[in-house]
Design a protein around this ligand. Sequence first.
Ligand SMILES: [Zn+2]
Ligand SMILES: [Zn+2]
Length: 183
Amino acid sequence: MHIHIFWDSLSPAGLQMPVARSISSVLGVKISVSENNVRITGLDMTRKQVDAQSLLDSIQAYKHRHGIDDPILLVVHQDLFRDGNSFVFGLARESVGAGVVSTSRLNNEYYGRRGSDDDFIDRIVKEGAHEIGHLIGLPHCQDHECVMFRPDTLDELDRKKKTLCPACRELLDQRLAVHLDQC
Ligand SMILES: [Zn+2]
Ligand SMILES: [Zn+2]
């Protein structure tokens, strides 16, 4: 399986390669990065946020139009929400292989702290690997240090490690083996 990361032009420049390399080593999957051509939809002017579900619709339509079967993860800078959540770090729709991550709340500056590219990259990697994990078929995990744990806060995100717990690792390997068979 090959994963595509679409890096939106307004997302932080220069971080896409280190992010892709690190996600690739966390999950053990091939990843390519390209500029984003998916239309950014779902902007809510009142909330100053983007509806993550609308963005997933947009990715789904793009994949259909271009006949792309492999999963796509879109990285945007806009803050995301979805029905029932005031914000989400990211969202994935496994059935169509579409995921999105927002960098909006992943930098220190958002929280009034001193900026750090290392922290920023770490968090995009954890969030990106988490959503791609869903696209490969992994559910949420109760292990607070596992990439597949669902964080509600930045502290919970920071407490996670850039690895899968043994159970999630085994499940991911099984899912990847199934995909291999289907090739
Ligand atoms: Zn999740
Ligand atoms: Zn786990």
